[in-house]
Design a protein around this ligand. Structure first.
Ligand code: PLP
Length: 415
């Protein structure tokens, strides 16, 4: 019964090195977070050994009494958290949660309308390289070229024109609140189904600082690992019994075999944490911190698309500094600040280059960073980008990295 550190040093060393990387760097990737030790414990448990095809109390395997308890807890807690009636917590990922909606409610060749990838949408909302783009007839709405907000009149117009079977709201790089009531009104006009993919902002909805899509959408999908601070995974919510039945069949046996019971246990733990009053405080801080970071970057001469943020993420237009997203991403990583390059609305650069970066506050806020720390992070980012612009990063890298390490050392991770 050797522990990993003895049984397999190659893997153990890589995990140790990753622990150090997470500890010693500033995490600004908007889709990441730091889970609690309790979530890690559940995910690293013996539940990984168990096959449990089917649903609680209706399984295709024996020995499922304990995992039934776990899945019932996850379903009950997520419904309580979001005020929904039906939940499926088996999706292995956010992408599979969306696929289950497509399989349950659409046929190949049907029309879907979602936010364009280049305007902040997600691959699974109809990108040509994704299954959603290959199997469906895809139409996309964008954002207003001036204010970078979703233009609901354009959404209405495109919906009337294309008459999609499925209208999708939600995205991966849209920093503002969305008008779910208006989306539903527009969907109803043509009898479309409204899907809200709340993968990014689910934790903010749970914490009461972002509008809930649940009263408006026919079906809601999400990941568990972003602002919601759970294990990697997905889930689907609905208030409609007939949709719930179809989602269950589409998830299993439609798309998946055995559910990942260890991950579902970790989801249950994360949902339990999000039901605590402290999670509301966390969600509020996430938004305040992102606003502090965005404002400090603006004060330093950068441009924030849409002029700010209502959420945990902001998209920074780097053009005032004459630096592209790919160069900024690499330079910032070299000083210990991790984030990703990101297209800005109507980006003139190619997707592998981009004119922007995406920043997020969900992970750092879990560590304990406050608004002052995010202002300090903005200064470190501006110093780095200034050095890139002046060609002096090599002589400044050590000094900036020392500052990064000094900052993160004030906020130890629990692992
Ligand atoms: N939907 C949205 C809006 C996302 O941002 C993401 C993740 O990037 C997904 C779905 C897919 O989640 P996963 O990476 O778990 O497949």
């Amino acid at each position: 019964a050797a522990r990993l550190s003895i049984a397999d040093t190659a893997v153990a060393d890589a995990i140790d090195n990753e622990t150090v990387r997470q500890r010693d760097s500033i995490e600004l990737i908007a889709s990441e977070n730091f889970v609690s030790q309790a979530v890690l414990d559940a995910q690293g448990s013996v539940l990984t050994n168990k096959y449990a095809e089917g649903y609680p109390h209706r399984r295709y395997y024996g020995g499922c009494a304990n995992v039934d308890v776990v899945e019932d807890l996850a379903i009950g807690r997520v419904n309580q958290l979001f005020g929904s009636t039906y939940a499926n917590v088996q999706a292995h990922s956010g992408s599979q949660a969306n696929q289950s909606v497509f399989l349950a409610l659409l046929n190949p060749g049907d029309t879907i309308l979602g936010l364009d990838l280049r305007a902040g949408g997600h691959l699974t909302h109809g990108a040509p390289v994704n299954m959603s783009g290959r199997w469906f007839n895809v139409a996309s709405y964008g954002v207003d070229p001036d204010n970078h907000l979703i233009d609901m009149d354009q959404v209405a117009e495109l919906t009337r024109h294309h008459r999609p079977k499925l209208l999708i709201a939600g995205g991966s790089a849209y920093p503002r609140v969305m008008d779910f009531a208006r989306f539903r009104e527009i969907a109803d006009e043509v009898g479309a189904i409204l899907l809200v993919d709340m993968a990014h902002f689910a934790g903010l909805v749970a914490g009461g600082v972002y509008p809930s899509p649940v009263p408006f959408a026919h079906v809601v999908t999400s990941t568990t690992h972003k602002t919601l601070r759970g294990p990697r995974g997905g889930f689907v919510l609905t208030n409609h019994a007939e949709i719930a039945t179809k989602i269950n069949s589409a998830t299993f046996p439609g798309l998946q075999g055995g559910p990942l019971m260890h991950v579902i246990a970790a989801k249950a733990v994360a949902f339990g944490e999000a039901l605590q009053p402290s999670f509301t405080t966390y969600a509020r801080s996430v938004v305040e911190n992102c606003r502090a970071l965005a404002q400090a970057l603006t004060d330093g001469g950068l441009t924030i698309t849409s002029g700010g943020t209502d959420s945990h993420l902001a998209v920074v237009d780097l053009r005032p500094f004459g630096v592209t997203g790919n160069i900024a991403e690499k330079a910032l990583e070299s000083v210990g600040i991790t984030l990703n390059k990101n297209a800005i609305p109507n980006d003139p650069e190619k997707p592998m280059i981009t004119s922007g970066i995406r920043v997020g506050s969900a992970a750092g806020t879990s560590r304990g960073f406050g608004a002052d720390d995010y202002r300090e992070i903005a200064t470190l980012m501006l110093d780095t980008l200034e050095a890139v612009r002046g060609g002096t990063l090599d002589s400044h890298r050590e000094e900036i990295n020392a500052h990064v390490r000094q900052l993160v050392s004030r906020f130890p991770l629990p692992y």
